[in-house]
Design a protein around this ligand. Sequence first.
Ligand SMILES: Cc1cc2nc3c(=O)[nH]c(=O)nc-3n(C[C@H](O)[C@H](O)[C@H](O)COP(=O)(O)OP(=O)(O)OC[C@H]3O[C@@H](n4cnc5c(N)ncnc54)[C@H](O)[C@@H]3O)c2cc1C
Length: 370
Amino acid sequence: MNIAAPLTPLDMDAVESIASNDLTALVRKIDDERIYPEEIVRAFGAAGTYGTHIGGINGNTDLTNAIATMARASEVCLSTGFCMWCQDTLAWYLASSDNDFLKTNILPKVAKGEILGGTGMSNPMKAMAEIEPMRLKGTRVEGGYKVKGMLPWVSNLIEDGYFGMMFHVDVEGSDTPKRVMAIAHASVEKGIKLKLDHEFVAMGGTATCNAQIRDYFVSDDYILGDPAGDYIQRIRPGFTLLQCGMAAGIIKNCIDLMKQVDTPLGHINEYLEKQPEDIEAEYNALLADVLEMAKTPYDLSDEFYLRVLKARLAGGELAMEAAHWAQLHCGARGYVTHGAAQRRLREAYFVGIVTPATKHLRKMIAELEA
Ligand SMILES: Cc1cc2nc3c(=O)[nH]c(=O)nc-3n(C[C@H](O)[C@H](O)[C@H](O)COP(=O)(O)OP(=O)(O)OC[C@H]3O[C@@H](n4cnc5c(N)ncnc54)[C@H](O)[C@@H]3O)c2cc1C
C-alpha cells in the first residue's frame, strides 16, 4: 500500500489552538505533577500532525510539517513535543517498511492518534554503535520470534500501545547474531509489563516506561526488517531529523523569553555575551538546513546522513545554549519554581542526552568522517 496523500489533512488552526490554549494551560501541571497529556497528544493526531510524513519510500515524503508541528508544541512544552516525536517515529517506522499488514492495520490509527506509542530504539542504536550490548534477545519459533529482555525507557507508552524494537537472534555457525526489527504490542497478557519511570528532573509528562518483555511472541506480520540492516539504513535519517523539531521549538521559545525581558532588563542584559539576535541568527540558519533536508528524508547516502547528524548535534547544542542564555537574561524571574527559563533549562538537556545523545552523535560523525 502506498499512502501518498495524508490520511487526515493537517489542520494548522487546530494545531495552533491546541498549542496556545490547551497545552499552555496545562504545561506547569505536566512539569510539576508529571501528568501525561494524553488528550493533547491524541488531539494533535486528530488535527493530522502524525499523518503528514507517511508517504513511504516511493511516495512524495516530506518531513516539514511533522517537524513544524512538533516544534510548535515544543515551544510550549518539551514533554509534549517529545511524545509527538515518539508518535511520529512510530508512524515513520510503519510507513517506511514493506509490511502491508502493518501499513493497513496499524499505521492509519497511529497517524490519527487513535493508537499511541513510540520507540524502544535507544539501546539498539547504542548497540549498533558499539556503545552498549543489545538488551533484547529473540528465538525463532513457528510463525515468528519469542523475545525477552528489558528496555529501561520507552516513552509515550501506555498499556495497549505499540512500539518499535530490535532484538538479536543467534545464527547457527556464526559468532555474529542477526538483528531483527519489529513492532511490539504493549499488552501484559502477551508478555510485556510496563512500569512508569518518573525519576527525571524534567520530561516527567512523557509516559516513560520500563518495558519488561518475557517470552513475548512477535508474529511475522509485525516484522519491519529481518535482517534489519537495509531497513535501518532507510529509517535512520528521518528518525534523527525529526528530533530537530524538538530542538527548534525550545530554541525559539528561549529567544522569545530573552526578548520578553528586554524592556525591564535590557539596560543590564546588554552586557551579557549573547543576545537573542545572536541565537536567532544561528537558529534561522539551522532551521533552513533542517527544512531543506526534510524534503529528501529517504536520501540513503552517507553524505546526507552525516549532514543530518551534524544538524541534530547543532540543534541539541543550540537548545542547551539558548536555554542557558534565557536563564541569564530572565534572572530571578526565570529562577522561581514556576519560571519558564528554569524549566526550559531542564528540558533542553534532554535534547542533548536523548539517543542519539551529544556524545553518540560525535562518535558517529567522527567515524563517518574518518
Ligand atoms: C525522559 C526520558 C525518556 C526516554 N525515552 C526513551 C524512549 O522513548 N525510547 C528509548 O529507546 N529510550 C528512551 N530514553 C533513553 C534515552 O534515549 C537515552 O538512551 C538515555 O538518556 C541515555 O543515553 P546516553 O547515550 O546519554 O547514555 P548514558 O546515560 O551515558 O548511558 C546509558 C547507560 O547507563 C546505564 N544507566 C542509566 N541510568 C542509570 C542509573 N541511574 N544508574 C546507573 N546506570 C544507569 C544504563 O545501563 C544505560 O544503558 C529516554 C530517556 C529519558 C531520560
